[in-house]
Design a binder for this molecule. Structure first.
Ligand code: MG
Length: 275
């Protein structure tokens, strides 16, 4: 794992600007600073402005654990491609698949409400329903070990057994058939006809992209971490503003590659890039 803002890293970013690339970002902890109260997460103005400039010039996407509706309320029209629920919600997923995933998720929620509501309230664990997945937040729990133990006990009761992705003070549970951030990114590269991509994230859910170890994708983690599969790291979240600046200014120098980037996720006729 190398620091991105070095000559090698900058060269790798520049290489992305010379071909049709998809620029994809996680939201919390990447475009927006992590805050104690998740509903309060917002992008700073410089990040928002640069992201908007990038999205006008190149295919740009946000792939987040939040629902698409929630993302839309924070991002507005700045970025055309919003993918929610850790990659399982967006125009790339089939209606019947979404329906199945939602039914599984709401069945879990019903069981949780019937059997664990009081214990959850006592321990300070918040269960967030995102239609296609559930998140157990324990950032504000007084006794974090007890909160984690309770969440483990609940998760063990869920049927079918969920895919579990641990985040920062959050346990995400997803129906086993739901697609993840890695599959979503590859699908969007195909749909938007991009031969390369950048992906920046900060969390365990982003390892689904980093672990693809696909040479076409430049992967960046916010915060250096042993065991991460990301190629590069940034030292802190605020550095994403510098990355966006480099991309926007670099892109302006290679104008000929920046055309035709406004398709709204229209499926491309079978042009799957060679794996
Ligand atoms: Mg994140």
């Amino acid at each position: 794992m190398d620091y991105l803002l070095t000559e090698t890293g900058r060269n790798d970013l520049e290489a992305l600007l010379k071909v049709r690339s998809l620029f994809a970002f996680d939201f919390d902890g990447t475009l927006a600073k992590i805050v104690r109260d998740p509903p309060a997460a917002r992008m700073t103005r410089p990040i928002r402005v640069r992201l908007e400039q990038l999205a006008k010039r190149a295919p740009t996407a946000i792939i987040s654990g939040r629902s698409v509706e929630d993302l839309r309320s924070r991002v507005g029209t700045a970025v055309p491609h919003l993918i929610g629920n850790h990659g399982s919600e967006g125009p790339h997923t089939r209606q019947e698949d979404i329906q199945q995933v939602r039914e599984t998720s709401s069945g879990w929620l019903q069981l949780i409400n019937e059997r664990f509501q009081d214990e959850l309230a006592r321990s300070g664990v918040l269960v967030e329903e995102k239609f296609c997945s559930l998140s157990f937040h324990y950032r504000t729990a007084d006794h974090r070990d007890e909160a984690r133990a309770l969440i483990s006990r609940i998760v063990a009761e869920l049927s079918p057994p969920p895919r579990i992705v641990l985040g920062k003070s959050v346990v995400n549970v997803m129906p086993p058939t739901a697609s993840h951030k890695g599959t979503a990114l590859l699908e969007y590269m195909r749909r938007l006809d991009c031969s390369r991509a950048l992906y920046v994230g900060d969390d365990e859910t982003d390892e689904d992209v980093f672990a693809l170890r696909d040479a076409r994708i430049v992967t960046v983690r916010i915060g250096k971490k042993n065991g991460s599969s990301a190629r590069y790291f940034l030292k802190r979240q605020a550095e994403i503003a510098e990355v966006l600046r480099l991309l926007v200014e670099g892109g302006d120098k290679s104008i000929h590659t920046w055309s035709g980037c406004h398709e709204q996720g229209v499926p491309q006729p079978a042009q799957r890039p060679k794996e």
